[in-house]
Each structure stands twice: as C-alpha cells, then as structure tokens.
Design a protein around this ligand. Structure first.
Ligand code: ADP
Length: 207
C-alpha cells in the first residue's frame, strides 16, 4: 500500500506496542516523535533542551519544532514508500502540514477510556537495551531483566493527568478531522495486547 499510516490514540493507548506489528506487516518504518524527542533530550541537542520542559510537564512541543523534525525525517531514503507515524500528528496544524508533505492513507485510532490509562502508564517500564515495553500489571517483564528497566520521567500520575488533558483539548479533535476525510479506522484498545493486535492486523490487511 502506498502512502503513510497514522497510529492515533491517547497516551498509553498502546500505540508503541502495536506499532511493531504494523511495521512487520507493511515494512514501513515507524516514526515516533516521542522517541525522536527523547533521543534528542538524551543527546542534549538544542532540540532536546527546548523540548524537555514541555515533555516533563505533559504539554506539547510547539508545532513548528515538530513539523521541522518530520520534514527532515521524511527525506530519509527509507521513507519513500510512506511510514508509520506514532504520536504524530497531535494537533490540527500538524495534520495540515503533514497533508502538504505526504499522502496519509489511513489513520488507525486505538480507543481506550481515560479510566484505564492511568494504570497503564504508571505501570509502564522500558528495557533500555532492547527498547521493549513492559507493564508491571499487564505485561510483566522476565525477572532476569527487571533490574535494568527504566520508567519514563513523564510516566507519573500527575503528568499523566496533564497529558490526558492536553490530549482531549488539542489532539482528540483530529479524530473528527480525519473522520470527515474518510480516513479514520477505530479499533477497540481495551482488550489484551494480543486481542488489540488482532484488531489492528485486520484493519491493516483490509487497507
Ligand atoms: P505518549 O503517547 O505516551 O503520551 P509520546 O512518547 O508519544 O508519549 O510523547 C511524549 C511527549 O513528547 C509528549 O507528551 C509531548 O510533550 C512530546 N511530543 C511527542 N510527539 C509530539 C507531537 N507530535 N507534537 C507535540 N509534542 C509531541
């Protein structure tokens, strides 16, 4: 399939977890603005220094910064046949900018109510060696790697509330923006990782 796919949904919906499956199915590279920003923060680049305050408090990094980052990423040779966006676009201006640079073929929206999100995010852990994501309640890590797992700085209860508020105010309206363009495919994100994965798979193979 030509064009890019957008994975859409609230923080903690499981976008990163399900992205792996879509990458396997489509061969499109995953482009996660959250991962790109975290890499810039760790490397201490100018971008990282600017982005850090917004990220730690649960606010969005300014559109201009994000759009510049995406324009650069889409010039890489592996992006020629489209990519899988994870965590982008997050505002209507970002979606408008994206529409002017590349074709979006489908937007898979993983739907999870707010009540489930806090537990998912506060229990989330990452393996820095492999990038694998675990959850202490829903996807426990093997005991032998437990000691090296890290928790994201913005995965605290207080920051999650801000992230959810930001999501409802600035990102959720994008759902109807894409819906009115006939691109939105809703998927129930409340089942197990495997169940959601199956729903995502059937959405992707039917594209
Ligand atoms: P999650 O989806 O779990 O909230 P991400 O890893 O996608 O987390 O993003 C972490 C943080 O990075 C966001 O809270 C925000 O500050 C920033 N960020 C990521 N993507 C964008 C974007 N497209 N626009 C603005 N800010 C972004």
């Amino acid at each position: 399939m030509a064009g890019s796919i957008v994975l859409f949904g609230p923080p903690g919906a499981g976008k990163g977890t399900q992205a792996t499956r879509i990458v396997e199915l489509t061969g499109k590279p995953q482009v996660s603005t959250g991962d790109m920003l975290r890499a810039a923060v760790s490397a201490g680049t100018e971008l990282g220094i600017e982005a850090k305050g917004y990220m730690d408090s649960g606010h969005l990094v300014p559109d201009q910064v994000i759009i510049g980052l995406i324009e650069e990423r889409l010039m890489e040779p592996d992006a020629t046949n489209g990519v899988l966006f994870d965590g982008f676009p997050r505002t209507v201006p970002q979606a408008e900018a994206l529409a002017s640079i590349t074709q979006v073929s489908a937007v898979i929206s993983i739907e999870v109510p707010d009540g489930d999100i806090v537990d998912r995010i506060v229990g989330r852990r990452m393996d820095p060696d492999t990038g694998d994501i675990y959850n202490i309640s829903f996807k426990p890590p093997p005991p032998e790697i437990e000691h090296r797992l890290i928790q994201r700085k913005d995965d605290t209860e207080e920051t999650v509330r801000n992230r959810l508020e930001t999501y409802h105010e600035q990102t959720e309206p994008l759902g109807s923006w894409y819906g009115s363009r006939g691109l939105l495919i809703p998927v129930d994100g409340c089942g197990t990782i495997a169940e959601v994965g199956d729903a995502v798979t059937s959405a992707v193979i039917n594209l």
